[in-house]
Design a binder for this molecule. Structure first.
Ligand SMILES: [Ca+2]
Ligand SMILES: [Ca+2]
Ligand SMILES: [Ca+2]
Ligand SMILES: [Ca+2]
Length: 293
């Protein structure tokens, strides 16, 4: 990937990317840039394949962005405790990513990756969007969601889905799994506009989103493992109190240093980060989210 200077601010040029990439991934961090991690054996239902893990030098969650088939995509990659074989992960599992789009700590959208059960060669993997309920949605005990419309997108092995053995960790003495999937900017943008008050939301490489990740046995619950904290899948604490939510990451998964906010705000009076800060303060409606990368 080439680093370009655009208007004095470093910005990653858009590159062709793949779920099978071995480089260019950014590990999830909190707002203070602390690396997020997750222990083994804290998932709640006994399936090691659904247990987020991390190890020294082997982060548990990564993100990147770029083009797949000419369309811009977000790519997510998680490390799990148990590797069962090529392209095997869920066997009926659900892997959710919660998104806070305006920095108020409340989830606005759920991206759910689900894998059907049975013979791995016959499984389907799909993406669907969850619409959070009327609760606060600021932590495990206050969050719910439903799937009001069918917007399932099929994932394709080696293109938008990949599950391979990790070569850099063996947590719990067993082989670990790196599971990756991709979602297009267009798909995310349409879901935001359909399910949230942010009806003019535009997804760009600079758009800042904060994330949580979890696994579950049912698509409408969080009952296996919450990434970034030990247990706590029913906690009444907030995502931030649990250390389970990222900082405001751009599409590449990069969270700016706190000082960068001030610096960039001075450079771009109407830019992405100013809009972000304003939204954080006022919890207002998101408008245009800044210049394209
Ligand atoms: Ca875990
Ligand atoms: Ca929110
Ligand atoms: Ca393992
Ligand atoms: Ca956990």
């Amino acid at each position: 990937m080439a680093l370009a200077l655009m208007g004095g601010v470093a910005s990653w040029a858009q590159s062709v990317v793949s779920v099978t990439d071995t480089t260019g991934w950014n590990a999830w961090t909190k707002s203070d840039l602390t690396l997020m991690s997750d222990p083994g054996s804290d998932q709640q239902t006994g399936q090691g394949a659904d247990d987020f893990v991390s190890a020294a030098g082997a982060p548990g969650f990564y993100q990147k962005a770029g083009t797949i088939g000419g369309a811009s995509h977000l790519l997510f990659r998680a490390r799990f405790d148990k590797y069962d074989g090529p392209d095997q992960w869920g066997n009926g599992g659900n892997f959710g990513i919660g998104m806070d789009l305006n920095g108020d700590g409340a989830l606005d959208l759920i991206l759910m990756m689900s894998e059907s059960s049975g013979n791995v060669n016959n499984r389907s993997r799909t993406l669907t969007w969850g619409d959070p309920g009327t609760g606060a949605n600021t932590g495990p005990s206050t969050t719910s969601w439903a799937f009001p419309t069918q917007t399932a997108t099929a994932l394709v092995v080696n293109t938008t889905y990949d599950a391979v053995q990790a070569t850099d960790s063996t947590v719990n003495g067993t082989s670990d799994l790196l599971l990756s999937f991709a979602v297009s900017f267009a798909n995310l943008q349409a879901a935001v506009r359909a399910y949230t008050p942010f009806t003019t939301f535009t997804m760009t490489y600079d758009t800042r989103i904060t994330y949580i990740a979890f696994t579950s046995t049912q698509a409408n619950s969080l009952n296996q493992d919450l990434f970034g904290t030990t247990g706590n899948t029913n906690s009444s604490l907030t995502w931030a109190q649990l250390g389970a939510i990222t900082g405001p990451a751009d599409a590449y998964g990069v969270v700016p240093e706190p000082a960068t906010y001030v610096q960039m705000a001075a450079l771009f009076a109407a830019g992405t980060l100013v809009a972000w800060r304003r939204r954080r303060c006022l919890s207002g409606v998101v408008g245009r989210t800044g210049p394209a990368a």
